[in-house]
Design a binder for this molecule. Structure first.
Ligand SMILES: Cc1cc2nc3c(=O)[nH]c(=O)nc-3n(C[C@H](O)[C@H](O)[C@H](O)COP(=O)(O)O)c2cc1C
Length: 422
């Protein structure tokens, strides 16, 4: 059955100066398909090609590192240097060849650094709070280091504009550096960057203003933010605080906000769904090489219980961030994009028609089915459907991004092959 033209998925959405021709987007996914030193490769472009062919209206890149210090995984793509511009321009040209808008996600990993990023480097953070998943102990950023760090974001945004990206997204979700400053658990500073919320959001505001000064008022600048930190028994920022951050940023000129959840340490965090076999995938093919042998052994031993508990406590459901996203929508005038579990036309349409958000985005469902935008409207025969078994994220930091649930990946490869020949 094809989508009637009245479907909200086909309604244009203004985001700043852009008119986005639809309301289902690709959310950021760290690809680990670049060269070891962060240059765009054919392998990376291949990942995006079918999404572009499917007519996906707006695509957000995986998080791009804005400086070597900010790199958080091996084979992550970078936007830290002018010599990367040729490859980045190819990426933009690919997206534009199919009419997709391409947004560069700018990030500093802070303490969330998979060691394959650079084994010799001590990560920085707001404070020296150890990251428990990988065991990395960051050092606090010195006050005098902050202006140079802010400038790396602004330089990266200027580069994004120069090569033709349609906008940038500042990544302040998922417990990366800007999130580490927002969250009291990871921000124990007693200077003007710590303590009250106004102080904790100071770095984000400085980054935003530095970017705006470089790219101009007409260039779309989006923000990705947690709706909940998912840090029970620790001092996570509250939903009310995140809404205040969004409100302040709206007042200062942010063009849209995408709502997600969690830090690495709130595992299973942002990827609600199924976890059976997750730990083994992570240890043997993912970021396990970054962990000590003791940590790997302990994680494997605990996996059967941990995975069962996670499955019970954090089951996935379509639109699992909607309860928070709708609170942002109620208080903001700029578009609110909700990510989390979206994979059916009904689920996406109802989230938008009910006014709980203005647009939806998908990560895992797009990895499993890069033709998702087409398939929710006018399904191709035998198209793959994501089952949220999290094989993709388990391999993060080890293998190139893909669907690692064999029967689904076979369907995906077949579908992509058929469409290439069509
Ligand atoms: C393999 C993988 C890599 C991801 N990398 C990023 C990233 O680079 N930046 C980001 O903001 N979110 C990243 N995410 C999170 C997604 O954008 C999204 O917020 C989350 O997966 C929930 O959406 P979903 O249920 O549609 O997968 C990643 C998710 C996956 C599965």
């Amino acid at each position: 059955m094809s989508t009637p033209l009245t479907s909200p998925l086909l309604h244009p959405l203004p985001i700043g100066t852009l008119i986005v021709p639809g309301r289902l987007y690709k959310s950021a996914t760290s690809e680990t398909r670049a060269t070891d030193d962060g240059y765009v490769t054919d392998e990376l472009l291949e990942f995006y090609q079918p999404m572009v062919r499917a007519g996906t209206p707006l695509i957000v890149t995986g998080n791009l590192y804005v400086s070597l210090q900010s790199k958080s995984a091996g084979r992550q793509a970078g936007i830290d240097d002018d010599d990367k511009k040729t490859g980045l321009r190819e990426w933009v040209d690919l997206a534009h060849s199919g009419g997709s808008l391409l947004i560069a996600q700018l990030n500093h990993g802070g303490r969330q650094m998979v060691k394959s990023a650079d084994p010799g480097r001590t990560p920085v953070s707001a404070s020296s709070v150890r990251e428990p998943l990988y065991g990395t102990k960051p050092r606090p950023l010195r006050r005098d280091e902050i202006p140079a760090l802010v400038k790396t974001f602004a330089d990266a945004a200027a580069r994004a504009r120069e090569v033709g990206f349609d906008g940038v997204q500042i990544h302040a979700a998922h417990g990366y550096l800007l999130g580490q400053f927002l969250t009291p658990h990871t921000n124990r500073r007693d200077d003007e960057y710590g303590g009250c919320l106004d102080n904790r959001m100071r770095l984000l505001r400085e980054v935003y203003h530095a970017i705006r000064a470089r790219v101009g008022d007409d260039y779309p600048v989006l923000l990705k933010l947690n709706g909940t930190d998912m840090l029970p028994l620790r001092r996570g920022a509250t939903t009310a605080e995140f809404i205040r951050v969004a409100k302040v940023m709206e007042g200062e000129g942010i063009d849209a906000v995408e709502i997600s959840r969690a830090h690495y340490e709130s595992w299973p965090g942002m990827i609600l769904g199924h976890y059976k076999g997750f730990t083994r995938g992570q240890i043997t093919e993912g970021s396990g090489a970054s962990m000590t042998r003791l940590r790997r052994t302990a994680m494997l031993a605990a996996a059967p219980v941990v995975e069962r508990v996670a499955e019970r406590l954090a089951p996935g459901s379509e639109g699992f961030n909607l309860p928070q996203a709708e609170q942002f929508t109620a208080r903001l005038d700029i578009p609110v994009i909700c990510v989390g579990g979206f994979h059916t036309r009904e689920g996406m349409e109802s989230a938008i028609s009910s006014g709980r958000c203005d647009a939806v985005s998908a990560a895992r469902a797009m990895i499993a089915d890069p033709y998702l935008f087409k398939n929710v409207q006018d399904p191709l025969p035998d198209h793959p459907v994501c089952e949220y078994r999290n094989g993709c994220i388990a391999r993060f930091g080890g293998k190139a991004i893909d669907c690692y649930v064999e029967p689904i990946r076979i369907r995906k490869d077949r579908m992509v092959g058929r469409m290439e020949q069509a």
